[in-house]
Design a protein around this ligand. Structure first.
Ligand SMILES: O=C(O)CCC(=O)C(=O)O
Ligand SMILES: [Fe+2]
Length: 360
């Protein structure tokens, strides 16, 4: 039976030169998630942070604000992940953009390929991800830069002069997520005892900030396939929005994969490699992956916030100690890190960051 399933043709993800069968999506054995989707409901205990009551600028001086900044730093140091509720982003904006993305993914493959990514640049639409070589993700992916011009150019290729509803929804969503991201950076900086603008001043240019939208269709063999393999996010901070289905798993220090159950109207926030280096490892960039399931399709979107290319990622002295916590990374220009990422195409561990590691 399993073998029959493996021979099944996968039309929905066959956009490359040849037709794909389920067996083409089977990962190497050591990567098999071996999930039983029914167990997914089991608990997770990553921290939940609510911004209720502190969204107003005037609240920055309040005790609640202090407590929340501390909680955010603790979550980012212990887990590298937290869930954010009462985040202040208009839910209509989020619902609208999810609708537009689903509409796009529901188009016939022929039309989606009008916006297909090129071999050299991973932007635009892509069914599965050939960069992964043998381990093909069970996912359709749409990757777009934050730049409104880039979004409009993509949407015009896809929808012609009918592009406006899609373009407007995506641009508005990224604008809102960006504002939220800057708020989080301010809170993290404050919680770490740094100036509020310690991080935000390096995010004036958004040239590498982007969104990746993942659609995972139901998969006949979820125990041997993955929607997205294990990785850490190389950028500074990720804001993940998703639907109610769930599939995100985080690797805990005891090598256990923990499911992150979605909470309605929340975001999952995680620290990227860049911020880990910037804080000398105080904030952690944790390995995670996306599993798929037999019955339900799932939509998730990761907004990856990156510093300006010219930003120098240099840990402030307050976060280091010559004896207890000496400098771990040479200061680097974010542009040089980005070049490493482009060379590598797929992210294996923290290899791009390791180039800047000071070896003892
Ligand atoms: O789909 C998910 O939950 C995870 C997505 C993710 O980790 C990514 O796009 O980097
Ligand atoms: Fe990720």
């Amino acid at each position: 039976m399993a073998l029959e399933i493996e021979e099944e043709h996968v039309e929905s993800l066959s956009s490359m030169d040849h037709d794909l069968c389920v067996k083409n999506f089977v990962w190497s054995k050591e990567e098999w998630p071996a999930i039983n989707y029914d167990e997914f409901a089991d608990g997770d205990d990553i921290p939940i942070i609510s911004l209720l009551g502190i969204l107003d600028e005037k609240k920055k001086k309040s005790q609640d604000y202090e407590i929340l900044c501390q909680a955010m730093v603790n979550a980012s140091s212990n887990w590298g992940f937290f869930k954010l509720v009462d985040h202040g982003v208009d839910l209509k904006v989020i619902e609208n953009v999810k609708l537009r993305w689903n509409e796009l993914f529901d188009l016939p493959m022929e039309q989606k390929l009008k916006g297909a990514r090129s071999a050299s640049l991973p932007l635009g639409y892509c069914a599965t991800n050939p960069d992964y070589g043998k381990n093909l993700p069970w996912a359709e992916i749409l990757q777009l830069l934050q730049s409104p011009q880039h979004v409009v150019a993509f949407a015009t290729k896809m929808f012609g002069d009918q592009h406006q509803p899609f373009s407007d929804a995506v641009i508005e969503c990224m604008h809102e997520l960006d504002k939220l991201g800057m708020r989080i950076f301010e809170m993290l900086a404050h919680g770490l005892g740094l100036e509020y603008n310690f991080f935000t001043k390096s995010f004036e240019e958004k040239e590498a900030t982007m969104i990746r939208v993942n659609r995972y269709l139901p998969c006949p063999l979820p125990e041997k396939c993955l929607g997205l393999g294990s990785h850490s996010d190389p950028h500074a901070l990720t804001i993940l929005l998703q639907d109610h289905v769930g599939g995100l798993q985080v690797l805990k220090t005891d090598h256990q994969w923990v499911e992150i159950r979605p909470i309605p109207n929340s975001f999952v926030i995680n620290i990227g490699d860049t911020l880990e280096a910037w804080t000398n490892g105080r904030l952690k960039s944790i390995v995670h992956r996306a599993v798929v399931n037999k019955e339900k399709q799932r939509l998730s979107a990761a907004y990856f916030i990156s510093p300006s290319s010219s930003a120098i990622i240099d840990c402030p002295p307050q976060l280091m100690d010559p004896n207890a916590n000496p400098r771990k990374y040479f200061p680097f220009k974010w542009e040089d890190f980005k070049k490493e990422l482009l060379v590598q195409k797929i992210i294996v561990g923290k290899t791009a960051l390791n180039r800047f590691l000071i070896s003892n």
